[in-house]
Write a protein that binds this ligand. Structure first.
Ligand code: MRU
Length: 348
């Protein structure tokens, strides 16, 4: 697939270079790119979800340091201003740990100059792709062994594909790996209200890949699972605590509860950069609250009474006891059985 969520383009801006983002707010209707050259533009792009998905945010954070350094050079910022602007990128969204992680990967190199930071940021992107391919291979092996069917019916929520990463995808990477092995019967795609990452982005990727799928409303997920229409659910993650509690797009918790009731596995797929071992469990994860209008309006038109405020938590936390397995590039752990990512880290 030739889709690419983000990259550094040296040729942009008359050869000065820019962070080139595929604008995910207008997909799948239009394919438009944003050439980002200022911290304001990058923070806007992150907040509006032009670039989104935890691993892609990690790369955006790393490349964002280059954006800030280039702007500092053009506008003559002092060191304190540059530091404050890098912090604005780091904190643009709170839940996905990858954003701060990506900034922190390259920030210590700022003394060596922007080319050293750019090289390191490009390495963050390359490492993310390698991690996604490996965790997908491990996750596919685990699922096939666990489910015991040759061709799987999979439910997924939100978008955890190419568009959410530097390349390949995480949860959708597992699906792509299964498809390459001839092991996908059908994917049930939750539309993912309110911003429709499932129907706009995941379905778009599945069409590109020729993977059979249907799009369903989020509220169909529980009955799809309990009616035995799927064999497993595979989702991504925005932050995973040491015990295996998982923050992911709001609605994931309901999927997890239904999976437990139906006794089918819930596999979480994420690179190690999404694991936050500083948190023993998910109670410390900050859940982003987005504008209520995203819920009370549809395509810019008010659907709820004007006096009804919206409530819009963008993520939820699924407790480890509902997470059958987590696949990262380091291996597969089984939080519901009491083995969280913290245990994997102690083994390595
Ligand atoms: O608000 P978003 O679109 O950034 O939320 C993204 C998700 O919740 C994804 O499922 C998660 O980041 C995993 S992406 C590989």
């Amino acid at each position: 697939m030739s889709l690419l969520a983000l990259e550094w383009d040296d040729a942009a801006a008359d050869g000065h270079g820019a962070l080139r983002l595929l604008d995910q707010t207008v997909l799948p209707d239009r394919t438009e790119h944003l050439d980002v050259r200022t911290v304001d533009a990058l923070v806007d792009a992150i907040v509006s979800l032009a670039v989104r998905g935890a691993p892609a945010l990690g790369v955006a954070g790393a490349l964002g340091v280059v954006v800030a350094m280039d702007q500092a050079e053009r506008e003559g910022w002092d060191a304190a201003r540059l530091d404050a602007e890098v912090d604005r990128v780091r904190h643009a969204r709170p839940t996905a740990v990858n954003l701060a992680w990506g900034v922190d990967q390259v920030r210590p190199l700022m003394d060596r100059g922007r080319d050293a930071v750019l090289a390191a940021a490009r390495q963050v992107a390359a490492d993310d792709e390698a991690a996604n391919r490996e965790l997908s291979r491990l996750g596919a092996d685990w699922l096939l062994a666990r489910v015991g069917r040759e061709r799987l019916r999979v439910l997924t929520h939100c978008n955890a594909g190419v568009l959410a990463t530097s390349a390949w995808g995480t949860a959708l990477g597992v699906v792509r790996e299964l498809h390459a092995r001839g092991a996908v019967e059908l994917v049930h795609v939750d539309e993912t209200r309110p911003l429709l990452q499932g129907s706009r982005l995941t379905a778009y990727e599945l069409v590109e890949e020729g993977i059979p799928h249907v799009v369903q409303v989020d509220s169909a997920a529980a009955s799809t699972i309990l009616r035995g229409l799927v064999d497993c659910a595979v989702v991504g993650a925005d932050r995973i605590a040491a015990n295996g509690d998982v923050a992911n797009k709001v609605g994931t918790l309901g999927v997890a509860l239904a999976c437990r009731e139906a006794r089918i596995p819930l596999l979480v797929a994420a690179p190690w950069s999404t694991v936050d071992l500083s948190l023993p469990d998910g109670t410390g994860i900050e859940i982003e609250e987005r504008p209520g209008e995203e819920v009370t309006e549809l395509a810019g038109r008010r659907t709820a009474p004007v006096s009804s405020p919206g409530f819009n938590p963008a993520f939820d936390v699924t407790p480890a006891r509902l997470v059958t397995a987590v696949t990262t590039e380091r291996g597969v752990v089984e939080p519901a059985a009491g083995v969280g990512p913290g245990d994997l880290d102690r083994q390595s």
